[in-house]
Design a protein around this ligand. Structure first.
Ligand code: FES
Length: 354
């Protein structure tokens, strides 16, 4: 494993230790992590890796893939990738990934993770949306005390990723895991009304985690809200294609240095360290911290992934773009630091650890 860009970027080269054919169009890539990088690649169930994939047209593209392994159960990191029509990154990996291949990887990140493993869960997966969901299920059943209902929708039986693993998990967890499969080939597309009927028996005292295609997620959210789930109980994984490339450091560093502007005093807490800095009013916070050599969690730098989530505890900041946070999140002080600019004259305090 090599630090290929800089310590603050935390980009590493990992070797593919194994490949598992999950279905005719889905593969799992298993990465071995050397002992010296174990801490860097510590992760929570539901998080993802960002991979750098070679591209003849642009040199490389960055793609995020959810970890399907469990940090408690599995010794190696595994991401599961499904072919998609016109999906360059996924298709390239399905066609070219091989044991021994090295890929540049950003450390795990993402906010689609349970706050406690001891809650009861309703896990809702559509197709390849099972990848972070099975990581959560395995981890809760192994290290938590919660009871899990897994609703898993697929087009047809042959496209069910982890069919055997889900079945074995269910058998190993009597009374704690209940699995409901839904095959569109037999029952049609699940509407919100049909989903509400499916979810009703699980009750509403659960944390709901939803991952899958957009219309499926929308239908699931409508169903949960109709049943009486509070918004705070519903957690959505957002699959946005990255429009930027977090592996391309030169462009962002140059552009941030070239913009002059006044500054605001800022107190930034990251990983328990407090940094008192002057923050230029026209440079997004993540970019400014990276320029100063301060390690900060980020991936897309496009407001699309939520990796750079932070909380404004004093003062005010605004975002250039936001595809992750809703109005309630913003009202409670959450901000995407990669899109954040100061929006006050006095000192601003931002906490990445809250
Ligand atoms: S790094 Fe992805 S939203 Fe900020």
């Amino acid at each position: 494993m090599t630090d290929v860009i800089s310590s603050s970027r935390k980009t590493h080269t990992l070797t593919i230790a194994g490949i598992v054919d999950e279905t005719p169009d889905a593969k799992s890539l298993i990465f071995s992590v050397p002992n010296e990088a174990r801490e860097t690649f510590t992760y929570l169930p539901g998080q993802f890796l960002t991979l750098q994939i070679p591209s003849e047209r642009s040199g490389s593209v960055a793609r995020c893939y959810s970890l399907s392994s469990s940090p408690i159960v599995d010794s190696n990191l595994m991401v599961t990738i499904k072919r998609t029509a016109g999906g360059y990154g996924s298709n390239w990996l399905c066609d070219n990934a091989a044991e021994g291949m090295q890929l540049n990887v950003l450390p795990p990140s993402g906010i689609f993770t349970p706050g406690s493993l001891d809650s009861d869960f309703l896990l809702i997966a559509g197709g390849s949306g099972i990848t972070p969901v099975i990581s959560i299920a395995k981890t809760v059943l192994s290290a938590g005390t919660g009871n899990v209902v897994l609703f898993y929708a697929n087009r047809a039986a042959e496209s069910v990723i982890f069919a055997r693993e889900v079945d074995e998990l269910s058998q190993r967890s009597p009374g704690r895991l209940s699995v409901k499969h839904w095959l569109e080939s037999e029952r049609g597309v699940p509407t919100s009304e049909l989903l509400a009927t499916e979810f009703a028996a699980a009750g509403i005292e659960r944390e709901a985690f939803i991952c899958g295609p957009g219309p499926f997620k929308d239908a699931a959210v409508s169903a949960l809200r109709a049943l009486g789930y509070d918004k705070s109980q519903i957690h959505l994984e957002i699959f946005n294609s990255l429009s930027g490339n977090p592996f391309d450091t030169s462009a962002s560093l140059a552009s941030s240095d070239s913009i002059p502007g006044t500054t605001v005093s800022a107190e930034i807490t990251i990983g328990g360290d407090v940094h008192n800095i002057e923050w230029p009013i026209d440079v997004p916070l993540v970019q400014h911290l990276l320029n100063r050599g301060i390690d900060v969690p980020f991936s897309c730098q496009e407001g699309e992934c939520g990796t750079c989530l932070a909380t404004v505890n004093r003062g005010k900041a605004r975002m250039l773009t936001n595809f992750v946070l809703d109005d309630d999140d913003i009202t409670s002080g959450s901000i995407l630091a990669c899109q954040a600019l100061p929006d006050c004259d006095d000192m601003i305090r931002i906490d990445f650890d809250a």
